[in-house]
Ligand binder design. Structure first.
Ligand SMILES: Nc1ncnc2c1ncn2[C@@H]1O[C@H](COP(=O)(O)OP(=O)(O)OP(=O)(O)O)[C@@H](O)[C@H]1O
Ligand SMILES: Nc1ccn([C@@H]2O[C@H](COP(=O)(O)O)[C@@H](O)[C@H]2O)c(=O)n1
Length: 214
Protein backbone atom coordinates (compact mmCIF):
# COMPACT_ATOMS: atom_id res chain seq x y z
CA UNK A 1 0.00 0.00 0.00
CA UNK A 2 1.37 3.38 -0.96
CA UNK A 3 -0.21 6.72 -0.15
CA UNK A 4 1.06 9.65 -2.20
CA UNK A 5 0.56 13.29 -1.25
CA UNK A 6 1.64 16.10 -3.54
CA UNK A 7 0.93 19.79 -3.53
CA UNK A 8 2.41 23.26 -3.22
CA UNK A 9 4.54 24.52 -0.34
CA UNK A 10 2.91 24.73 3.09
CA UNK A 11 -0.39 23.27 1.90
CA UNK A 12 -0.34 20.83 4.82
CA UNK A 13 0.70 17.66 3.02
CA UNK A 14 3.52 16.86 5.46
CA UNK A 15 1.21 17.30 8.45
CA UNK A 16 -1.33 14.98 6.86
CA UNK A 17 1.30 12.48 5.77
CA UNK A 18 2.59 12.19 9.35
CA UNK A 19 -0.91 11.71 10.77
CA UNK A 20 -1.78 9.14 8.09
CA UNK A 21 1.42 7.17 8.63
CA UNK A 22 0.87 7.09 12.41
CA UNK A 23 -2.78 6.08 12.04
CA UNK A 24 -2.17 3.21 9.62
CA UNK A 25 1.29 2.30 11.01
CA UNK A 26 2.89 2.99 7.63
CA UNK A 27 6.45 4.24 7.07
CA UNK A 28 6.75 7.92 6.17
CA UNK A 29 9.13 9.65 3.77
CA UNK A 30 9.15 13.44 3.46
CA UNK A 31 10.80 13.62 0.03
CA UNK A 32 11.29 17.38 0.33
CA UNK A 33 14.00 16.70 2.93
CA UNK A 34 16.08 15.01 0.20
CA UNK A 35 16.03 18.11 -2.02
CA UNK A 36 16.51 20.38 1.00
CA UNK A 37 19.46 18.21 2.08
CA UNK A 38 21.13 18.49 -1.31
CA UNK A 39 20.58 22.27 -1.36
CA UNK A 40 21.97 22.61 2.17
CA UNK A 41 25.11 20.66 1.21
CA UNK A 42 25.70 22.99 -1.75
CA UNK A 43 25.07 26.14 0.32
CA UNK A 44 27.31 24.90 3.15
CA UNK A 45 30.28 24.87 0.74
CA UNK A 46 29.39 28.38 -0.45
CA UNK A 47 28.22 26.94 -3.79
CA UNK A 48 25.51 28.15 -6.12
CA UNK A 49 22.48 25.80 -6.15
CA UNK A 50 21.99 26.68 -9.82
CA UNK A 51 25.41 25.22 -10.68
CA UNK A 52 24.39 21.92 -12.32
CA UNK A 53 27.62 20.02 -11.61
CA UNK A 54 27.78 21.05 -7.95
CA UNK A 55 24.15 20.13 -7.31
CA UNK A 56 24.49 16.80 -9.15
CA UNK A 57 27.63 15.90 -7.16
CA UNK A 58 25.87 16.71 -3.86
CA UNK A 59 22.89 14.54 -4.86
CA UNK A 60 25.06 11.63 -6.02
CA UNK A 61 26.99 11.63 -2.73
CA UNK A 62 23.93 12.29 -0.61
CA UNK A 63 23.51 10.48 2.70
CA UNK A 64 21.21 11.39 5.57
CA UNK A 65 24.18 11.48 8.01
CA UNK A 66 25.66 14.38 6.03
CA UNK A 67 22.83 16.67 7.07
CA UNK A 68 22.53 15.50 10.68
CA UNK A 69 21.65 18.48 12.89
CA UNK A 70 21.34 20.89 9.95
CA UNK A 71 18.45 23.36 9.93
CA UNK A 72 17.02 22.53 6.53
CA UNK A 73 13.57 24.01 7.22
CA UNK A 74 14.60 27.66 6.62
CA UNK A 75 13.12 29.60 3.73
CA UNK A 76 16.59 30.05 2.20
CA UNK A 77 17.12 26.28 2.05
CA UNK A 78 13.55 25.85 0.71
CA UNK A 79 14.25 28.29 -2.11
CA UNK A 80 17.60 26.64 -2.93
CA UNK A 81 15.89 23.22 -2.84
CA UNK A 82 13.52 24.25 -5.60
CA UNK A 83 16.53 25.35 -7.68
CA UNK A 84 18.43 22.06 -7.31
CA UNK A 85 15.12 20.20 -7.85
CA UNK A 86 14.96 21.50 -11.42
CA UNK A 87 18.23 19.67 -12.19
CA UNK A 88 17.55 16.34 -13.95
CA UNK A 89 20.73 14.70 -12.61
CA UNK A 90 19.68 15.58 -9.06
CA UNK A 91 16.21 14.09 -9.56
CA UNK A 92 17.66 10.94 -11.11
CA UNK A 93 20.07 10.48 -8.19
CA UNK A 94 17.23 10.69 -5.64
CA UNK A 95 14.63 8.64 -7.48
CA UNK A 96 15.83 5.12 -6.66
CA UNK A 97 15.87 5.73 -2.93
CA UNK A 98 12.28 7.01 -3.00
CA UNK A 99 11.08 4.08 -5.11
CA UNK A 100 12.82 1.52 -2.89
CA UNK A 101 11.28 3.12 0.19
CA UNK A 102 7.80 2.85 -1.30
CA UNK A 103 8.28 -0.71 -2.56
CA UNK A 104 9.96 -2.05 0.58
CA UNK A 105 9.08 0.24 3.48
CA UNK A 106 11.55 0.07 6.39
CA UNK A 107 10.98 -1.89 9.60
CA UNK A 108 8.57 -4.27 7.89
CA UNK A 109 5.80 -1.64 7.68
CA UNK A 110 2.85 -2.79 5.58
CA UNK A 111 2.71 0.44 3.65
CA UNK A 112 4.42 3.73 2.91
CA UNK A 113 3.32 7.36 2.85
CA UNK A 114 5.39 9.74 0.70
CA UNK A 115 4.83 13.46 0.26
CA UNK A 116 6.38 15.78 -2.28
CA UNK A 117 5.66 17.25 -5.71
CA UNK A 118 5.92 14.29 -8.12
CA UNK A 119 4.99 11.28 -6.00
CA UNK A 120 1.69 10.45 -7.69
CA UNK A 121 2.97 11.29 -11.16
CA UNK A 122 6.56 10.00 -11.30
CA UNK A 123 7.86 8.31 -8.14
CA UNK A 124 4.83 6.11 -7.41
CA UNK A 125 2.44 6.31 -10.38
CA UNK A 126 0.72 3.13 -9.11
CA UNK A 127 0.16 4.41 -5.57
CA UNK A 128 -2.93 2.97 -3.89
CA UNK A 129 -4.26 6.41 -2.93
CA UNK A 130 -3.13 9.79 -4.24
CA UNK A 131 -3.89 13.24 -2.87
CA UNK A 132 -3.14 16.66 -4.26
CA UNK A 133 -3.26 18.93 -1.23
CA UNK A 134 -3.80 22.65 -1.77
CA UNK A 135 -4.72 25.81 0.14
CA UNK A 136 -4.87 29.45 -0.90
CA UNK A 137 -1.46 31.16 -1.09
CA UNK A 138 -2.51 33.63 1.64
CA UNK A 139 -3.43 30.86 4.06
CA UNK A 140 -0.30 28.88 3.25
CA UNK A 141 1.92 31.93 3.78
CA UNK A 142 0.23 32.65 7.09
CA UNK A 143 0.70 29.06 8.31
CA UNK A 144 4.35 29.02 7.28
CA UNK A 145 4.91 32.42 8.91
CA UNK A 146 3.41 31.13 12.18
CA UNK A 147 5.79 28.18 11.97
CA UNK A 148 8.97 30.16 11.26
CA UNK A 149 8.52 33.43 13.14
CA UNK A 150 9.33 32.11 16.65
CA UNK A 151 12.89 31.34 15.49
CA UNK A 152 13.10 34.53 13.41
CA UNK A 153 11.31 37.43 15.07
CA UNK A 154 10.79 40.22 12.56
CA UNK A 155 10.23 37.83 9.66
CA UNK A 156 7.61 39.43 7.41
CA UNK A 157 4.60 37.42 6.26
CA UNK A 158 4.79 39.24 2.91
CA UNK A 159 8.30 37.88 2.42
CA UNK A 160 7.08 34.32 3.02
CA UNK A 161 4.16 34.88 0.64
CA UNK A 162 6.48 36.04 -2.15
CA UNK A 163 8.85 33.17 -1.46
CA UNK A 164 6.06 30.57 -1.71
CA UNK A 165 4.77 32.00 -4.98
CA UNK A 166 8.25 31.93 -6.52
CA UNK A 167 8.93 28.41 -5.29
CA UNK A 168 5.56 27.08 -6.54
CA UNK A 169 6.12 28.73 -9.94
CA UNK A 170 9.58 27.14 -10.26
CA UNK A 171 8.27 23.75 -9.14
CA UNK A 172 5.34 23.82 -11.57
CA UNK A 173 7.32 25.11 -14.55
CA UNK A 174 10.36 22.81 -14.58
CA UNK A 175 10.62 20.32 -17.43
CA UNK A 176 11.47 17.27 -15.34
CA UNK A 177 8.77 15.95 -12.98
CA UNK A 178 7.00 19.27 -12.44
CA UNK A 179 4.65 19.67 -9.50
CA UNK A 180 1.29 18.44 -10.80
CA UNK A 181 -1.79 16.60 -9.66
CA UNK A 182 -1.96 13.05 -11.03
CA UNK A 183 -5.10 12.46 -13.09
CA UNK A 184 -6.35 10.02 -10.47
CA UNK A 185 -5.45 12.17 -7.44
CA UNK A 186 -8.06 13.26 -4.92
CA UNK A 187 -8.00 17.05 -4.55
CA UNK A 188 -7.94 18.17 -0.92
CA UNK A 189 -8.22 21.91 -0.35
CA UNK A 190 -7.32 22.64 3.28
CA UNK A 191 -7.89 26.42 3.10
CA UNK A 192 -10.91 26.28 5.40
CA UNK A 193 -10.12 22.99 7.14
CA UNK A 194 -8.51 22.53 10.53
CA UNK A 195 -5.80 19.88 10.73
CA UNK A 196 -8.32 17.48 12.32
CA UNK A 197 -10.91 18.14 9.60
CA UNK A 198 -8.34 17.66 6.81
CA UNK A 199 -7.16 14.42 8.39
CA UNK A 200 -10.75 13.16 8.73
CA UNK A 201 -11.37 13.96 5.04
CA UNK A 202 -8.21 12.11 4.02
CA UNK A 203 -9.13 9.12 6.17
CA UNK A 204 -12.56 8.88 4.55
CA UNK A 205 -10.93 8.62 1.13
CA UNK A 206 -8.29 6.12 2.25
CA UNK A 207 -10.74 3.90 4.14
CA UNK A 208 -13.05 3.90 1.12
CA UNK A 209 -10.22 2.77 -1.17
CA UNK A 210 -9.02 0.14 1.34
CA UNK A 211 -12.57 -1.26 1.61
CA UNK A 212 -12.81 -1.52 -2.17
CA UNK A 213 -9.37 -3.19 -2.32
CA UNK A 214 -10.55 -5.72 0.29
N1 LIG B 1 -5.30 22.41 8.03
C1 LIG B 1 -4.39 23.16 8.66
N2 LIG B 1 -4.80 24.19 9.43
C2 LIG B 1 -3.89 24.98 10.07
N3 LIG B 1 -2.55 24.83 10.02
C3 LIG B 1 -2.10 23.81 9.26
C4 LIG B 1 -2.98 22.94 8.55
N4 LIG B 1 -2.24 22.03 7.90
C5 LIG B 1 -0.95 22.33 8.17
N5 LIG B 1 -0.86 23.39 8.99
C6 LIG B 1 0.36 24.05 9.46
O1 LIG B 1 0.89 24.70 8.31
C7 LIG B 1 2.31 24.61 8.27
C8 LIG B 1 2.71 23.95 6.94
O2 LIG B 1 2.24 22.62 6.96
P1 LIG B 1 3.12 21.44 6.37
O3 LIG B 1 4.53 21.56 6.82
O4 LIG B 1 2.38 20.19 6.64
O5 LIG B 1 3.04 21.79 4.83
P2 LIG B 1 3.77 21.09 3.59
O6 LIG B 1 2.79 21.10 2.49
O7 LIG B 1 4.32 19.77 4.01
O8 LIG B 1 4.94 22.13 3.33
P3 LIG B 1 6.35 21.95 2.58
O9 LIG B 1 6.09 21.36 1.25
O10 LIG B 1 6.90 23.31 2.46
O11 LIG B 1 7.18 21.03 3.44
C9 LIG B 1 2.72 23.81 9.51
O12 LIG B 1 3.10 24.73 10.50
C10 LIG B 1 1.44 23.08 9.92
O13 LIG B 1 1.36 22.86 11.31
N1 LIG C 1 9.11 15.15 -4.50
C1 LIG C 1 9.64 16.38 -4.39
C2 LIG C 1 9.79 16.99 -3.13
C3 LIG C 1 10.36 18.23 -3.06
N2 LIG C 1 10.78 18.83 -4.19
C4 LIG C 1 11.48 20.13 -4.15
O1 LIG C 1 12.01 20.40 -2.86
C5 LIG C 1 11.53 21.66 -2.40
C6 LIG C 1 11.38 21.59 -0.91
O2 LIG C 1 10.31 20.70 -0.61
P1 LIG C 1 9.42 20.83 0.70
O3 LIG C 1 8.29 19.87 0.48
O4 LIG C 1 10.28 20.45 1.85
O5 LIG C 1 8.97 22.25 0.82
C7 LIG C 1 10.26 21.94 -3.18
O6 LIG C 1 9.96 23.31 -3.33
C8 LIG C 1 10.58 21.28 -4.52
O7 LIG C 1 11.34 22.13 -5.33
C9 LIG C 1 10.60 18.23 -5.41
O8 LIG C 1 10.95 18.81 -6.46
N3 LIG C 1 10.04 17.01 -5.49
Amino acid sequence: MVIALDGPAASGKGTLARLISDHYSFAYLDTGTLYRGVAWLVLKEGGDPADPALAAAAAQGYAIEKIAGADIRTKEVGAAASVVAANTAVRAALLDFQRRFSEKPPKGAKGAVLDGRDIGTVVCPDATVKFFVTASPEVRAHRRWLELVPARPGLEEAEIYQDLLERDARDAARDDAPMAAADDAELLDTTHLSIDAAFAAARRVIDGVFRRCG
